[in-house]
Write a protein that binds this ligand. Structure first.
Ligand code: SF4
Ligand code: SF4
Length: 179
């Protein structure tokens, strides 16, 4: 059997126990995505946001995922290691029900692009506590749909004789078949 192609998937693993809420990740992300680059830093433009509640010892970095056009029906709360995380805390979507992950001027959804063009995601590079770590894995890529053999044969006949001639011949042969 032919070996399937592999594609590299890059993700960022978050270790909340190591995060101290310094917000360096938000600063560098928003500066990198400023226009022109590094001309300003506004955490509202960051593709990573900190949920930061020092009194409850909660420091949760979440980075932006896909946009969703409709808000979901669930409003889940989670308790992990005795800490309660509020509604939507872990959700990575830019969604109509909240302001998170929306460009402040245009309202357009933001999505982490892994700092396209950079060797290493900048939030990972700037996180001195190693709360953010790049992980890479390989996955089998779905093979591209290949045309059926009959499609290829038909296309070459059409190229050689023209569509009308092929249709006429097919009609004539099918009449012969029925006789
Ligand atoms: S990888 Fe880059 S774009 Fe994504 S959250 Fe980190 S700094 Fe922002
Ligand atoms: S840079 Fe690291 S330690 Fe600082 S807030 Fe971001 S994830 Fe937390």
């Amino acid at each position: 059997m032919a070996e399937k192609d592999k594609k590299k998937i890059r993700t960022i693993k978050i270790d909340v126990d190591k995060c101290n809420g310094c917000r360096a990740c938000e600063v560098i992300c928003s500066a990198f995505h400023a226009n022109p680059k590094y001309s300003s830093n506004n955490p509202a433009r960051s593709r990573i946001r900190m949920i930061r509640e020092p009194i409850r010892d909660i420091y949760l970095p979440v980075y932006a995922g896909e946009y969703t056009a409709a808000e979901c029906m669930g409003r889940d709360k989670y308790v992990l290691d005795g800490k309660e995380y509020g509604e939507c805390a872990f959700c990575r979507a830019a969604c109509p029900s909240r302001d998170a992950f929306k460009e402040p001027d245009s309202g357009l959804p933001l999505k982490c692009d892994m700092c396209e063009g950079e060797e290493e995601p900048l939030c990972v590079k700037w996180c001195l506590n190693e709360a953010l770590v790049v992980e890479e894995r390989e996955e089998e890529a779905e093979p591209e749909a290949k045309p059926e053999d009959v499609d290829i044969a038909m296309q070459s006949l059409i190229d050689k004789h023209g569509m009308q001639k092929v249709l006429d011949t097919a009609a004539r042969l099918s009449q012969k078949d029925q006789q």
